[in-house]
Design a binder for this molecule. Structure first.
Ligand code: HEM
Length: 200
């Protein structure tokens, strides 16, 4: 379970982030500036540095990846007791299966204007919200147990890559991905090739 839930999800999040950074050089430059500032301030990529809210742009960037490319396109739950949804006449019965369509929600204009745009700044005013406006790692007693570990891993990888390389699109880098209908979770059919160019 750890290997299936941990490796594929983290790898895909890093792949999709690097792909979007290649397509959006201005977002890449902003992220590199933040990463470089963090390394300069702390002189190492320590746990404290990665958790410092001064560099929250990296969290906003990862949020945007999780929104556009969620690990799972929906979450599901089985109801354990009868439950009336407050403010409605809906009653969920014990044993009912509930599908929470996270992918659809993540592309709903009402919550995420211009949803195709990869825009980490859309989280600027949301960092202090309760976090339930989208569910990249699920919520409640069966939420992802690897959320913090995965986020740390991703931030270490991105900081190392972006302070050493510029990530650029290649002639065969797709403009848009096609979701593989046979894959587990959200995975592209295309290869997301990008060029790593060392920066001096
Ligand atoms: C970017 C990386 C990751 C993403 C986006 C992700 C996302 C998710 C999501 C959406 C769920 C379902 C939660 C729910 O139904 O409420 C889940 C469950 C789970 N994840 Fe992750 N995950 C990631 C990394 C990891 C890592 C690194 C580990 C372990 C080291 C891990 C272990 C698990 C386990 C064991 C579950 C099942 C929990 C349960 O059913 O009680 N995940 N993850």
């Amino acid at each position: 379970m750890f290997f299936i839930a941990g490796f594929v999800t983290t790898t895909l999040a890093l792949t999709h982030t690097l792909y979007e950074l290649a397509l959006n050089p201005e977002v890449q430059e902003k992220t590199r500036k933040v990463a470089q500032e963090m390394v300069n301030d702390y002189e190492e990529i320590s746990y404290e540095a990665l958790m410092d809210k001064k560099y929250a742009y990296m969290d906003m960037l990862l949020n945007e990846t999780h929104r556009k490319y969620p690990a799972l396109s929906y979450l599901d739950r089985a109801c354990t007791v009868d439950y009336k949804i407050p403010g409605t006449n809906y009653v969920l019965r014990k044993g009912d299966r509930i599908i929470i369509p996270t992918y659809g929600h993540n592309f709903d204009e009402n919550y995420f204007p211009n949803p195709e745009k990869y825009d980490p700044d859309r989280y600027l005013n949301r960092l202090n919200q309760d976090g339930l406006y989208f569910l990249p790692f699920g919520e409640g007693p069966r939420a992802c147990i690897g959320e913090r570990f995965a986020s740390l891993n991703l931030k270490v990888a991105l900081t190392n890559i972006l302070t050493n390389f510029s990530v650029e699109r290649l002639p065969d880098t797709p403009e848009k991905i096609t979701i593989n209908p046979k894959a587990f979770g959200i995975q592209p059919i295309e290869r997301l090739n990008v060029l790593f160019k060392p920066i001096k």
